[in-house]
Every structure is written in C-alpha cells, then in structure tokens.
Design a protein around this ligand. Structure first.
Ligand code: PLP
Length: 380
C-alpha cells in the first residue's frame, strides 16, 4: 500500500538535519543557567538557536522568548501585554480565541468575509469605539483554510489608534515570506513542529519596547519573561529548522502547483465540490475542500485505511466532532463544513503522494456514489 502524509498543518515530519541536531544536543549535560563549562556549552547552544530563530523573522535575538509551544506563547501575550481590551478575529486558533475570552476585561470578536479574510472595516470600527488600552490579535495565515490575512494593514490601523498588535504566524514559516519589519507587529509567535522542528517548543517574539509581564513565574530565564529551565534539545532543533526554512520557501511554488493540480483533478471528478478560501490569497500548501454528502470523519478514516493522512475540516474536542468555527465564521452552513477535509503539503511531499491521495479519494467517492445510486434504484 502506498502511504501519503498530507497533514503538514497539523505537524510536519522532522527533517533529518533537525533530528541529528536534537540528538547532539541531548548529549549536552549542563543547565544553561549554570556558570561552569557544561552550563556554558548548553547556553551557547540555546543562544545560537536564538540567533537563527531571530533571523527567520528579522527580529533581534533579545526579542525572542522561547516557550513550550505556540499555545503557551499565545497565552503569555494575551495575559501579559497589559491590555484589558482585546480584539481578535473569529478564525483565530482556539489558543487565541479561548484564551482571550477567558481573561478579565472585554474581548471583541471580528467577523470575516466568505473567503475567511478579516473585515478591516470591522477592525477600524472596533478600534474607534474605545479608549481602553487594546491588543489586536490577527493570525498571518489560517491553519484550516490557508487564507492569508492583511496583517500589515491591520497593524497600521491598530497603531493609528494606539493599540498593540499580535500576530500568530505559526503556519507561515517556509510557506510565506514575512518579517517583523514588513508586518510591523508588536508580538508574533512561532511553533517549531509546524516547519520540521521538534514538537513542544515555540517562541514569542516581543518587539523591543513592547510590554510583557511574565505569567510563568519562577527563575529569571528568558530575561524574566518566561521562567523554567530551557528545553535545550528542543530549542536546538527549532534553531536548525529555522535555519533550513528558506529551503521550504524555495519549494513553495512546486507545492502550489501540486495543490492546484489536486484541486483541479478533484473538480473534474466532482464539479460540485467546494474549495474554501479559493478566492483569497492562500498558503501554497493548503487545501480545505468537501466531498459532497460524505462526513469529514468518514473521509478521514477511509483515507487513513488507504494509507493517506489528512485532517477533518471540523474540530474534534473531547471525543465529539464539532463544526469548524473557521468555516462557520465564513458563512459556510454546518452541513457543508461537515463534509470538509484539509489536505496540507510540505517539504517531503512528492507527486506520487498526490496521485495516491487522488486514487484513494476517487475510489472512496465512486464506491459511495455507486451505493447511493443502487440505494436509490432499489428504493424506486
Ligand atoms: N496557532 C495556529 C495557527 C496553529 O495552527 C497551532 C497548531 O495547530 C497553534 C497556534 C498551536 O501551536 P502549538 O502546537 O505549538 O501549541
């Protein structure tokens, strides 16, 4: 059986160079805060990685705060930026949406258009409506649909109204060229495992001068902004992945061609299928689409049996599959979003993987439609 891993937006396979760097770092004995030679060797490894992560975003090393995940980075900034009013979009990751809504003060949730792109007029109106110190959160690219958001324009609006702005850029490295300077944001977060680094390590980039009160209290690590002994092997792997990410950017046009071919071949099989955010600027590697009349969980399971790994376009929490909040916010009826899957490509995706996916999709759909047809004819 051919196998095809097409779930890079959930997590990317670790690159061999990253695995080798992590393995070497496991041999570093010292605690980076220790002053002896063992400690200094671990500190050097962490600081070298910090330089590489900083370079990926155009930040300075001092602006990089290592965390245990992007989820933690989201929590740190929302709770620690010192703003009691937050403006977030309806399509943010739950690590932003739920955190913002759980904090004291006010959270305004902005609508998006039918392609899942934030309405900037709504942002402007929300900014005008208050004198309370505000933090805006706008992701760079959506994890479910790949829709790219107008972050630089949102930054201008936020700053014109005296607000701070935060960007969850987790899905962007290696897929989209960006920098702290071009986006202009005050805070930005990354997650190593989305671009071939290890799981369980992230970063919050805090622009020089932007406020951040630590909410992880303890030792003075990360310049007092996030206590806790650094995850040295994870951070070293993160640094290696950041160093290699420009290669992925060079590979992005190839992935876009594969993704576009996948969509056009599926549309030939079933012209009624829906591709979400197709008219928006989109990540080159992401496709969120329906198999009409077939529940997402059923598709994910059947494709898995055929060796193909994709995600449901709906969120699974506590054992219950719920309609995607992203597609719902884009005005998609639950009955349609319930038939959506997300296919996401990455650095190791080959043409054969796309062919394997297409063959499995076609076989599943043909089998089901034949059954529906015979069901209909036997009912007649
Ligand atoms: N933000 C976005 C846009 C994501 O896609 C994810 C992961 O799915 C996260 C945040 C959370 O990242 P982590 O797995 O590092 O907590």
């Amino acid at each position: 059986m051919n196998a095809a891993y097409l779930d890079y937006n959930a997590t990317a396979p670790v690159k061999p160079e990253v695995a080798a760097a992590v393995a070497r770092a496991l041999d570093l004995v010292g605690n980076p805060s220790s002053v002896h030679s063992y400690g200094r060797a671990a500190r050097k490894a962490v600081e070298d990685a910090r330089e590489r992560v900083a370079a990926l975003t155009g930040a300075t090393p001092a602006e990089v705060v290592f965390t245990a995940s992007a989820t933690e980075a989201n929590n740190l900034v929302l709770a620690g930026a010192g703003r009691t009013r937050r403006i977030v979009t309806a399509i943010e990751h739950p690590a932003v949406l739920k955190t913002a809504q759980s904090l004291p003060g006010e959270t305004v949730v902005l609508p998006v258009d039918g392609d899942g792109v934030v309405a900037l007029e709504a942002l402007e109106a929300a900014l005008k409506n208050s004198t309370t110190p505000t933090l805006v959160a706008l992701m760079l690219a959506n994890n479910e649909t790949g829709a790219v958001q107008p972050v630089a324009e949102a930054t201008r609006l936020a700053h014109d109204h005296g607000a701070l702005i935060y960007c969850d850029a987790v899905q962007a490295p290696g897929r989209l060229a960006f920098s702290l300077a071009t986006l202009g944001v005050d805070y930005l977060c990354l997650s190593a495992h989305k671009f071939a680094g290890p799981k369980g390590v992230g970063a919050l980039i805090v622009r020089d001068g932007a406020p951040l009160k630590s909410v992880v209290i303890g030792g003075g690590q990360e310049r007092g902004r996030r206590a806790g002994t650094e995850n040295v092997p994870g951070i070293v792997g993160f640094g290696e992945a950041a160093w290699l990410a420009p290669q992925d950017l060079a590979n992005a046009p190839r992935l876009a061609r594969l993704r576009d071919r996948l969509e056009s071949r599926l549309l030939e099989i079933e012209p009624r299928l829906h591709v979400f955010s197709a008219k928006a600027p989109r990540l080159p590697n992401t496709s969120c689409l329906t198999m009409p009349g077939v529940q997402s969980e059923m598709q994910v399971m059947a494709l898995d049996l055929a060796g193909v790994a994709v995600s449901a376009g709906s969120a699974c929490s506590s054992g219950k599959v719920e309609p995607s909040h992203v597609l719902r916010a884009s005005g998609v009826p639950d009955a349609v979003s319930g038939c959506a899957i997300r296919v996401s490509l990455g650095w190791a995706t080959r043409e054969e993987d796309i062919e394997t996916f297409l063959a499995a999709w076609r076989a599943l759909y043909a089998g089901l439609t034949n059954r529906w047809r015979s069901g209909i004819s036997s009912a007649l």
